[in-house]
Design a protein around this ligand. Structure first.
Ligand code: TXA
Ligand code: MG
Length: 318
């Protein structure tokens, strides 16, 4: 059976996108969407992103006012692309998709396989294809590692270009656009078009969780303890893995494996390699992974958002 047929039958499909791989279900099929939550171990209060392949499909999932259309028109260069927009939801979208919220997250992925699949099967609800709180997948093999035989089809679209999830921009209230998650489109790029998007408007503490229920503090966690290099206090660990942006001055530390995210300190190359690198080191039975904190600018904001969450569990403990 083809991937599109499986989706129409209420099954799930592993789908490549330019950001990370998604675990897709037909967004209008409640039972199929419920399988996503079960397979990922995802809390029901964490809403999903609906993926579309054309602006015509947008009208089938979101209520788009004339004012929204003006904003959409200004953002048109980012669609298809790594930008998710929060808009008022259409009643046709089951509550399970949006965790009961009156808004829906929508994205048009910039990947030929994803676009073709959605064109055939209609809008697809898809979170990142990883077990809840774990590292997002950027290759078909990563998805296979997560779910194995449970998933009948994983479409292999190569390694995801960007390597980090989309930026989430809430424009449901046209007077107060806000970035809820930094991602593939940078704050700098968005503020050129929508200046009122406040710097660092996305939140960092758990008291804000209700606003975007999925933004848990502990997320993107490998099984191996991971901490920032500059906060590492101890030295007794035997098997240390080190991840740095590029070359790094000699440390007074015995390191078992050292990975550089980029040859020439490029933040976008680092974003592309980050999750794959974390997964690779996680398989090496290390005692600890130390990771260099990167500049919080451009795509570096999204990288650091993920790393702040990945390192939250062992903050101050190692
Ligand atoms: O790049 C991406 O966005 C990837 C690919 C597969 O498209 N998807 C992705 O999905 O990252 P996921 O489920 O891992 O993260 C989506 C986040 C959720 O954590 C949730 O907080 C937020 O989107 N979200 C979804 N619907 C929302 C809504 N109505 N209001 C606020 N936040 C919402
Ligand atoms: Mg995710």
């Amino acid at each position: 059976m083809s991937a599109a047929e499986l989706l129409k039958n209420g099954d799930l499909v592993g789908m490549p996108t330019e950001t990370v791989y998604g675990l897709a279900a037909c967004c209008f099929n409640e039972a199929a969407v419920a399988k996503i939550f079960t397979m990922k171990g995802r809390p029901a209060r964490d809403p999903l992103i609906v993926h579309i392949s054309s602006l015509t499909q947008l009208g089938s999932v979101a209520e788009v006012s004339a004012q929204h259309k003006i904003i959409l028109d200004r953002l048109k260069n980012f669609w298809p692309g790594p930008l998710t927009l929060i808009l008022p939801k259409k009643n046709t979208v089951p509550d399970i998709v949006t965790a009961g919220l009156k808004t829906v997250a929508v994205r048009m992925p910039n990947h030929p396989i994803a676009l073709k699949l959605i064109e055939f099967s209609g809008p697809l609800a898809a979170p990142s294809a990883n077990i809840s709180t774990k590292v997002s997948p950027t290759t078909a093999e990563h998805v296979q590692d997560e779910f194995g035989e449970k998933l009948k089809i994983i479409l292999d679209g190569g390694s995801s270009d960007i390597g980090l999830e989309s930026t989430i921009l809430d424009i449901s209230n046209v007077n107060k656009p806000r970035i809820l998650r930094p991602g593939g489109v940078t704050l700098e790029e968005i503020s050129k078009i929508i200046p009122e998007v406040a710097e660092e408007s996305y939140f960092k503490n758990s008291s804000d969780i209700q606003e975007s229920p999925g933004q848990m503090i502990e997320h993107y966690c490998p099984n191996t303890p991971i901490v920032y290099l500059n906060s590492y206090q101890r030295s007794e660990a035997k098997n240390i893995g080190l991840i740095t942006l590029s070359d790094y001055p000699d440390l007074n530390l015995k390191v078992k494996v050292h990975k550089k995210l980029s040859q020439n300190a490029s933040l976008s190359e680092a974003a592309h390699n980050l999750f794959a690198c974390m997964r690779e080191l996680d398989k090496m039975s290390l005692d600890v992974i130390l990771i260099e904190a990167l500049p919080r600018q451009g795509i570096g904001r999204a990288i650091m958002d993920r790393l702040d969450r990945a390192t939250a569990r062992f903050k101050g403990k190692l």
